[in-house]
Ligand binder design. Structure first.
Ligand code: GDP
Length: 318
């Protein structure tokens, strides 16, 4: 904290994971900042492969690296695919962070997740709660990999004095989300399910779990804006939460999605599906002190996300 703003204009920025929801929002935002964006398609560069990743970094020589590449998915995907979530993410992190350093990159932003905090962390969850208790079992594979990435950035800072920073976004949603019926996160899953129910004229929509867990949702373009703010103003070993500072129950959230989509039927809670962590609200005090706050209200963001979903449907159908 207290560091002078760091100019981003004209810098060569490699956004790893640019096709993902967070990565594509970061590309949009960094382009507006006047950065020269470097990307690599999964077909040409598999970040799980060490030699290919090293070669890419040595050739491209970026000034700044954003590690937005990850194997991601909702509560069911995490549970069903533990090897993919642990091994792929460890490989991606180690290869991108180490290759960045070896290629002379002095500034890097690593995207973590709030699932790194203990399952029963005090609410709101301050950054100092990392590694103070057991993780939520439904996503511990992903969480352990993300904790390793955080630690690797901290290790590089300590050993070599580089500006490697980790941010912990709360649950993100928005354009470019994954609408897979089972492996998506709750926002995309419910947008799709409510839309399909509306179109088919169904009376009821299934919502997983009891509806009582609470989540905090951040619109992805707000997140990208926060990342730019962090890149310019933050240089510290301590991880940094990025959220809105307000949460909502899944039941209440489902009703919001129903309203936005225009579904007038009832909700049916499927108790055979896991609830996951009871509550996940981040403490955004440190981010607020840096002078940043989210600007997109939940209902407005869900409407934008729904419009994106409809555009995707129209493109697929065309
Ligand atoms: P989490 O924040 O890591 O638990 O990720 P999710 O976005 O997958 O789930 C958030 C909460 O929404 C959990 O309590 C889920 O049980 C609940 N939920 C309700 N319906 C759905 C759904 O259709 N898909 C998903 N992924 N979660 C759902």
């Amino acid at each position: 904290m207290g560091t002078p703003p760091f100019a981003l204009s004209g810098r060569r920025v490699f956004v790893a994971g640019h096709r993902g929801m967070a990565g594509s929002a970061l590309v949009r935002r960094l382009t507006r900042e006047g950065c020269e964006i470097i990307t690599a398609d999964r077909k040409t560069l598999d970040l799980r492969r060490q030699a290919d990743t090293e070669h890419f970094f040595n050739r491209e020589k970026p000034d700044i690296v954003i590690v937005a590449a990850a194997r991601v998915g909702g509560i069911k995907a995490n549970n069903d695919l533990p090897v993919d979530f642990l091994a792929d993410n460890l490989a991606i992190e180690l290869n991108t962070i180490r290759s960045s350093f070896d290629a002379g990159v002095r500034q890097l932003l690593f995207l973590g997740s709030t699932c790194i905090y203990p399952r029963l962390a005090q609410q709101p969850m301050g950054e100092d709660q990392l590694l103070t208790g057991p993780l939520e079992p439904t996503n511990e594979w992903y969480a352990v990999a993300k904790i390793a990435g955080i630690k690797l950035c901290q290790a590089y800072r300590r050993q070599y004095g580089v500006r490697y920073v980790s941010v912990m976004p709360t649950n993100l949603y928005g354009p470019g989300d994954n609408y897979h019926p089972e492996h998506s996160h709750v926002v995309a899953a419910l947008i799709r399910r409510f839309h399909e129910a509306k179109v088919s004229g169904a009376d009821s929509v299934t919502v997983w779990g009891t509806g009582t867990p609470r989540r905090e949702f951040l619109y992805v373009d707000d997140f990208a804006d926060a990342c730019v703010h962090v890149l310019k103003n933050y240089d510290d070993e301590q991880i940094l939460n990025i959220g809105v500072g307000k949460d909502i129950s899944i039941a209440e959230f489902a009703r919001t999605v129903a309203t936005v989509v225009g579904f007038g039927g009832t909700l049916a809670f499927d108790l055979s599906k896991p609830d996951g962590t009871p509550r996940k609200l981040v403490d955004v005090t440190r981010l607020s002190e840096l002078g940043w706050r989210a600007s997109t209200r939940l209902k407005e963001g869900v409407a934008l996300a729904y419009a994106d979903f409809l555009r995707g449907r129209a493109t697929t159908a065309a």
